[in-house]
Design a protein around this ligand. Structure first.
Ligand code: WT7
Length: 653
């Protein structure tokens, strides 16, 4: 053991005993199985966990690498696997969804109800001309309808593309254009924190921008009751057409590789990319991770606090829990309304047993609990909890310990799940009945996932030495391509540096010298992670320079106690550098502009003005310097290669 050996937290024996993976020996046995017979390992799970209309005979097809195919000649339907088979297995009256609205109203939906709602929605989509292979953009709040819409697309073989309800008209437009979607499903508005916020008006704005001509129908859910404009011939109230639909709808059987969904995510350059996922391989991993990582059991009440606009809300709300026949909580609102005890109260009221949230939420609720005893988790009965999860960004050890003690009562394992939009499901994570935990480490690869830390040439690094995180073999739930841009898929994820052999995650990692545990050290590209939301610095820079006053902009991240990373923008205006008195007004204007261009989540926390940006003589912006300035660090490095060293003083902030 080295001197700084990590402190281990062990799973409670009672949990380990009955867990799907009951101990490290069981974990190692699975890893071994996957190593000795990789395809057999995945094929066995795929046969056991999924219901196939036509069984597959082929497992992994690498003939057109890196465009891998899994279970290619098999046929299934994702919605059938999530809903019909539960009803067929006698779970029709089991509650699938406990929906809690922003105002606290609770609606329960059984698997039988869900089947009829999804079937009606599927028929409604067909009635407006949506067919297998079409794309459907879903721009909805957290709602039963959101999940129903996703499942309905899956049922008829349409490919959905969910756009987070916090994204702007411009972002929505870009995603509609890129996917050339046939229909848009939205709502009049959404409730968040006691306020009614618009959605349909933003959708109208997006559709009016041009580039959205593919959209033939807009289906509108009534949620807030706010008055909205309905364009005749294009817009229809969903509530009206749903009423006329038959309650059954034969699922459309599709090939395992049929694109279930696109989900746009930020990369290091240019516009967000449409990550394309499959049907069979994706659903397999959604289910397997529900079983191994969350140890889901028939009596569990599962709650993932993500939004369906992100991949976490796809895999661990819309698909995984349903495919396992679980009961889950779905929440419309925000963690701080009516007060910061909302999550704890909901865990108490609904007897949540598996709780999955993001470090940002935990950190902000720690602050709130410190400031106000009334919203401290010790005021609530959370004895129903047995497993906790964390996702989206690294969890700092202090937040981990607070989560462990105050929420989990020091008896619930925390699964710190590392994964990405592109990976479809968990990649590196503890298993709750097996893995001894270390705060801040996502520990070991999920059984069957061959993760490694390598150097720039692809050479595996010894433990204790940081490097680049890669995955050495294709896995079933991986991204299939970047929609409409296969070249970008190859260069982003299978770069020539590794001879196209390894999947490049885009994160750095280090393995502990004693345990071999992985710790993620952060993105190695120009992607920021703010409150678990992924954003490209280039994307924010493009938004800033699109403003008439801005000549040039550079965006970097800075560590932040609550949001993980915060956005800092260095801006050169076309006019003179604003005086101290004038700066606040310009900052406000630019912030609002970014919110409008991308969405409020992309607003810089700090905007600084200079007459120029620090550049090398060849004109390259020195981002490393900007990152130091953003953190308020003294510049110690040699700045003699700088074209304009005096600029640094202006940008100190
Ligand atoms: C990026 C992916 C995973 C679904 C939600 C975010 C970071 C994610 C962890 C974790 C450290 C993490 C990585 C990754 N990340 N989970 N447990 N520990 N970092 O999906 O928007 O595609 O972002 O989030 O940097 O690359 P995403």
């Amino acid at each position: 053991m080295s001197d700084n050996a990590q402190k281990l937290y062990y799973p409670p024996e009672s949990l380990a005993k009955n867990a799907a993976v009951p101990g490290m020996e069981a974990y190692q046995a699975l890893v071994k199985q996957a190593e000795t017979d990789y395809e057999g390992y995945w094929a066995n799970h795929a046969r056991k966990l999924l219901d196939w209309k036509k069984p597959f005979t082929k497992v992994l097809d690498e003939s057109n690498a890196p465009f891998f195919k899994w279970f290619d000649d098999g046929e299934l339907n994702v919605s059938y696997n999530c809903i019909d088979r539960q009803v067929n297995n006698g779970l029709g009256d089991k509650v699938a969804i406990i929906f809690e609205a922003d105002d606290g109203q609770v609606t329960k939906v059984t698997y039988k109800d869900l089947l009829s709602r999804v079937s009606k929605m599927a028929n409604a989509l067909k009635s407006v001309g949506v067919a297998k292979g079409d794309r459907v953009v879903i721009y909805l709040p957290m709602s039963i309808e959101g999940i129903v819409a996703m499942q309905a697309c899956a049922r008829i073989g349409a490919t959905h593309s969910v756009v987070f309800g916090g994204f702007s008209a411009q972002s929505l437009r870009d995603r509609i254009e890129s996917s050339s979607a046939a229909a848009l499903i939205t709502s009049d508005g959404q409730f968040r924190g006691g306020k009614a916020l618009p959605l349909k008006p933003i959708a109208d704005e997006a559709l009016a921008m041009g580039g959205c001509e593919s959209i033939k129908k807009v289906l509108v859910v009534k949620r807030t009751g706010t008055e909205v404009n309905m364009t005749a011939g294009r817009d229809v109230w969903l509530n009206d057409i749903l009423a006329e639909q038959p309650e059954t709808c034969e699922p459309e059987w599709v090939g395992a590789e049929h694109p279930l969904f696109l989900l746009y995510t930020s990369g290091s350059t240019g516009k967000p990319k449409g990550v394309q996922h499959s049907s069979g391989g994706y659903l397999l991993h959604a289910m397997l991770t529900m079983q191994y990582t969350f140890d889901i059991k028939p009596d569990d009440v599962f709650w993932c606090t993500a939004d369906i606009g992100w991949v976490t809300g796809h895999t661990y709300i819309a698909y995984g829990p349903l495919a396992c026949g679980a009961t889950q909580v779905v929440f419309e609102g925000v963690p701080t309304y009516p007060d910061a005890g909302r999550f704890w109260k909901m865990i108490q009221n609904h007897k949540v047993s598996v709780f999955y949230t993001a470090p940002t939420a935990i950190r902000s609720l720690i602050k709130a609990a410190d400031a106000n005893e009334a919203v401290h988790p010790d005021r609530y009965d959370m004895s129903s909890l047995r497993i906790l999860g964390s996702v989206g960004e690294p969890i700092n050890p202090a937040a981990w310990e607070w989560y462990y003690e105050n929420i989990g009562g020091s008896r619930c394992p925390i699964v710190d799940t590392f994964w990405q939009t592109e990976t479809g499901g968990h990649m590196i994570t503890p298993l709750p009945g097996a893995t001894p935990m270390v705060p801040g480490s996502c520990t070991l690869p999920f059984p069957g996932i061959q993760a490694a830390v390598v150097d720039e040439t692809g050479l595996e690094q010894p433990w204790g030495q940081g490097g680049i995180l890669v995955v050495k073999r294709p896995w079933p739930s991986m991204i299939r391509t970047v929609w409409g841009d296969p070249e970008r898929f190859k260069t982003s994820y299978y770069p020539a540096d590794f001879q196209g052999k390894y999947y490049l995650a885009g994160d750095g990692a280090i393995r502990d010298i004693d345990t071999g545990y992985f710790t993620i050290t952060g993105r190695i590209d120009d992607v920021l992670n703010v409150s678990g939301h992924r954003m490209g610095t280039m994307e924010i820079e493009s938004a800033l320079v699109a403003h008439e006053k801005v000549a040039e902009a550079a965006v970097v991240g800075r560590p932040d106690d609550t949001t993980g990373e915060a956005i800092v923008a260095f801006v050169v205006l076309k006019g003179p550098r604003p005086s101290e008195a004038d700066a606040p007004a310009v900052i406000k204007e630019l912030s609002a502009w970014v919110a409008k261009e991308i969405g409020p989540i992309a607003k810089p926390k700090d905007i600084r003005f200079g007459e120029n940006l620090p550049k090398t003589r060849s004109g390259k912006i020195m981002r490393r310097l900007l990152r130091q300035l953003a953190k308020g660090e003294e510049i110690t490095q040699d700045t003699s290669t700088l074209e304009n060293p005096a600029i640094l003083d202006q940008l100190k902030g």
